[in-house]
Design a binder for this molecule. Sequence first.
Ligand code: NAD
Ligand code: ZN
Length: 261
Amino acid sequence: MRTAAKDQLLMAASLLERTRVGLAFTGAGVSVESGIPHFRGNGGLWTKFDPYKVAHIETFRKNPAEYWTYSLNHRRSDAEPNPAHRALVELERRGLLRAVVTQNTDGLHQKAGSGRVIELHGSSHSVVCLDCEAKFPRDEIDRLNRQHCPPSCPACGGRFLKPTVVLFGEALPEAQLRSAQSLAMAAGVVLVVGSSLQVYPAAGIPRLAREHGADIIIVNAEPTPFDEMAAVVIHGKAGEVLPEIVSRIEADYGASATGNV
Ligand code: NAD
Ligand code: ZN
């Protein structure tokens, strides 16, 4: 690793150790090494698909088949957490992170073992009928989708089955947004991982934390519009950089120490 990057790693570790009121804010980039593609930037899905066709609430309401055909070909239901997700679990276990606020809908933070996860954009693991509001596990509807695309509601026969994710044009869940905002205002440091920081209101969370005095650490493959306001910026793969930060902390405090050292 280059010296500059090494210095940044040391700074990131020391900010997390010192502050002890840490918050992680994650985006699609944290799951790329689990095989789930991100949206914006090099190789992102939106360089191949029009988001307004497959992920906007208005087009979804007009033609749910478009979404379900896309889902048939692109959804990864067998993805596993990667070393970046596990590093965040370790930081929480050490008492250095209070929560993970995520824009992701893939459930991989929970699968890795993170205790407090705030999903700002909902979850892709369930589906809701827009007619009768019944909810179903995603696997069940994926099965129906493979038999007949688009699937209809098993309860009422309705045509509008929507994954419980926030599509473009929809509001964020209020309770989750409020929790994320209070965590941001109380945070001493925010560790941003794998987000282009271009999607609002979600990107307002690290910004709010900064306005309330938090230091920002950014780990991302590409530059972001927040790089200039960050105390530490590391351009690299989340699955490589986060374990390095944890190793640094382990070197300072010992492999099995908890946050109360
Ligand atoms: P984004 O696609 O806008 O940005 C992802 C960023 O991650 C990019 O800047 C990219 O350079 C970076 N990146 C790619 N691979 C990386 C890696 N291995 N390590 C570190 N960084 C890497 O994603 P966003 O900021 O989360 O916002 C977009 C929206 O995408 C959100 O609304 C989210 O709900 C949705 N989304 C979620 C998933 C998921 O659940 N896994 C996947 C795609 C998109
Ligand atoms: Zn229904």
